[in-house]
Design a protein around this ligand. Structure first.
Ligand SMILES: C[S@@+](CC[C@H](N)C(=O)[O-])C[C@H]1O[C@@H](n2cnc3c(N)ncnc32)[C@H](O)[C@@H]1O
Length: 229
């Protein structure tokens, strides 16, 4: 797949190339401890069906399947999805794969108890983020949980390059995916963009490269888990 519904969401083209090499996949093969640390909560909440949105090469979809959840994975990159299927095969677990854009997820309403979107939904402008959050809310069951990383305004990339729309920057000369739009937000906007979901936890964490601040957040969809709305 080489295009998506929102024209600002083009970063999957970069990632499709990254995922073709073993070197490109290497940095994205270990499970993030923040994700692993949520498994206890998911069990306590009776979570069964989980979606890894913009799954990359499937590190978390495979992990969650290994933890006993029914695991789905979607990404706009064909190579990502192919590599996710291969990783699931190597691990001896089942992951249901799909190729598709995060702004129009290929699932029925209320399909999942939990959605993970790690370093995913900020690949675009604010409208794309809004569209993706709407899709997460649509595919989650009432009271479902979702866990996101978002680029923080403290991130060194915020303000670099051209601001193509509010909070959205493109760095034309960059050697990485920053040649594509990336959206940055502060805490107030993080909460506003996810309404009417409730923010349960958030912290602003520096990832491996200096200044690479990302919000790590956990939200709860409206409605009562196990209820009708
Ligand atoms: C930084 S990687 C993270 C991969 C994975 N979530 C992980 O943590 O290992 C970003 C992923 O988002 C995917 N992506 C970017 N834009 C997308 C879009 N519009 N729809 C679906 N996936 C997209 C890319 O193809 C890539 O696999």
């Amino acid at each position: 797949m080489t295009s998506s519904t929102a024209s600002s969401t083009t970063a999957h083209r970069h990632w499709d190339e990254v995922w073709k090499s073993e070197e490109g996949r290497r940095d994205w093969s270990a499970v993030d401890p923040w994700v692993a640390g949520t498994v206890g909560l998911l069990r306590r909440r009776g979570v069964r069906d989980v979606l890894d949105l913009a799954c990359g090469v499937g590190r978390h979809a495979v992990f969650l399947a290994g933890e006993g959840f029914d695991s789905w994975a979607v990404d706009a990159s064909d190579t990502a999805v192919r590599e996710t299927v291969a990783a699931a095969g190597r691990a001896g677990v089942r992951v249901e794969p799909s190729v598709g854009p995060m702004t129009r997820l290929p699932y029925e309403d209320a399909s999942f108890d939990y959605v993970l979107a790690y370093n995913a939904i900020y690949h675009g402008d604010r409208d794309a983020v809004r569209a993706t959050v709407r899709e997460i809310h649509r595919v989650l069951r009432p009271g479902g949980l979702y866990q996101l990383t978002m680029l923080s305004r403290r991130n060194a990339g915020c303000g670099r390059g051209e601001e193509v729309s509010p909070g959205t920057f493109v760095q034309p000369g960059a050697a990485d995916d920053k040649v594509h739009p990336h959206f940055y937000c502060d805490a107030a906007e993080l909460v506003a963009l996810n309404e009417p979901a409730q923010l349960l936890r958030a912290h602003d964490e520096e990832h491996a490269s200096p200044g690479s601040y990302h919000w790590h957040c956990l939200f709860e969809a409206p409605g009562e888990a196990g209820g009708t709305g």
